[in-house]
Design a binder for this molecule. Structure first.
Ligand code: XUL
Ligand code: CO
Length: 439
């Protein structure tokens, strides 16, 4: 078959001085940092839906993306051509992973049985391509939000037939993910939320979501799927209030339903900002709760309040994200999936390369800087100093559980000469800048 990207050769590392826009300036897959190669640290993945399926349409205009493989009239032939385009693209960028929703890769049929057949046939083609290349599946997921039947949700829908249909879809998507050796399976609660509480039985909906996830985890065990199960938080869009609001809300939900041992979190940068958090906040919250599973890498726009899913280019943010990932001991079996799409004005196929190269370089540079910050230990020392009072005396009495309000009140009466120190925020931000700009 003819190439889909004939004007692009293998993209290689050429270093920061290269003037070739189709080269990596910072991402050098082979380079070792702290005992692992960049490729092993970063575990980059392409999002099939944004990169190969999305046409660039928005609520104000139709598709703009020039995608030769999507011009084929027959839906199955189009889906096959898309697989070929995807593998050519990933090989040219040397991206080791991809992620998909069941409905991104194959067309719906006239019945669920026919849809499942289409899905299996396209998966066969993917399986062949995966065997011929070094490309693996980071995660699969079921698309439980596009069809009209999911207007009120899937697992939290008011209609039990919808709940059953969603279960059938998850079963099939999990079978396929398992067949392809997928390393994770993701649940993003597309329409699991509400628009108005006036028509919503929140208690039943949340309990049903717990039941649904329990059945999914049991099914994963039944079929011997040993990948990681992940929930992806998002506070709003498409619903006004999504149940999986943020990392804290999802962890509370999982604990409430006894599911916290089975699920970790897939955290997305733009979802964090929609929730009013930094990406670093979400990563930190998950990390300290041993629940940081994987990442959907992108960024929002400070001037727009929605999920713009832009390619991540903010090195400040990627540095802080990589700091959390390194502190977490890495992401494996998770990875760094570019859940990012081109602006609809960037419609040429080559823009797909520019977007991914920009994101890969931003994370590679973030990795370098974060590693340097950890090696010098300057920021770790700041924390140690700041919390020093918990290392001795009354501090260890508190942390080791030897105090109560009465003993603390007696202590406070005798110790009113309290030494409160400056937080030195501005100094620390300048220090971080010096690592980003100079290390
Ligand atoms: C939606 C989103 C999804 C999930 C997978 O905002 O991020 O694409 O990543 O369903
Ligand atoms: Co996502």
């Amino acid at each position: 078959m003819t190439e889909c990207f004939p004007d692009v050769d293998q993209v290689k590392y050429e270093g920061p001085d290269s003037k070739d826009p189709l080269s990596f300036k910072y991402y050098d897959p082979e380079r070792s940092i702290g005992g692992k190669t960049m490729e092993e640290h970063l575990r980059f993945s392409v999002a099939y839906w944004h990169t190969f399926t999305h046409d660039g349409s928005d609520p104000f205009g139709s598709g703009t993306m020039r995608r030769p493989w999507n011009d084929i009239a027959d839906p199955m032939e189009r889906a096959e051509a898309r697989v070929d385009a995807a593998f050519e693209f990933m090989e040219k960028l040397r991206i080791p992973y991809f992620c998909f929703h069941d409905r991104d890769i194959a067309p719906r049929g006239d019945s669920l049985a026919e849809t499942n057949e289409n899905f299996d046939a396209i998966v066969d083609r993917m399986q062949t391509k995966m065997a011929e290349t070094d490309i693996d599946l980071l995660w699969g997921t079921a698309q439980l939000f596009l069809e009209p039947k999911y207007a009120h949700g899937a697992a939290t829908a008011p209609n039990a037939d919808v709940f059953a249909h969603a279960a059938a879809q998850v079963k099939q998507a999990m079978d396929v993910t398992n067949r392809l050796g997928g390393e994770n399976f993701v649940f993003w609660g597309g329409r699991e939320g509400y628009k108005t509480l006036l028509n919503t039985d929140m208690d039943l909906e949340l309990t049903n979501m717990g039941r649904f996830l329990r059945m999914a985890a049991d099914y994963a065990d039944d079929i011997g799927f040993d990948g990681q199960l992940l929930i992806e938080p998002k506070p709003k869009e498409p619903t006004k209030h999504q149940y999986d609001f943020d990392a804290a809300a999802v962890l509370a939900f999982l604990r409430d339903h006894g599911l916290d041992d089975r699920f970790n979190l897939n955290l997305e940068a733009n979802h964090a900002t929609l929730a009013g958090h930094t990406f670093q906040h979400e990563l930190r919250y998950a990390r300290i709760n041993d629940a940081l599973g994987s990442i959907d890498a992108n960024q929002g726009d400070k001037l727009l309040g929605w999920d713009t899913d832009q390619f991540p280019t903010d090195v400040y943010a990627t540095t802080l994200a990589m700091y959390e990932i390194l502190e977490n001991g890495g992401l494996e079996p998770g990875g760094l999936n570019f859940d990012a799409k081109l602006r609809r004005e960037s419609f040429e196929p080559v823009d797909l390369f520019h977007g991914h190269i920009a994101g890969m370089d931003a994370f590679a540079r973030g990795l370098e800087v974060a590693h340097e910050i950890r090696s010098t230990g300057e920021f770790a020392d700041v924390l140690e100093d700041r919390y020093e009072s918990y290392q001795t005396g009354i501090g260890t009495d508190i942390t080791e559980g030897r105090t109560d309000l009465e003993s603390l009140a007696s202590y406070a009466l005798e110790n009113e000469d309290i030494n409160v120190r400056s937080g030195r925020q501005e100094r620390l931000k300048a220090l971080l800048n010096s690592y980003i700009l100079e290390s």
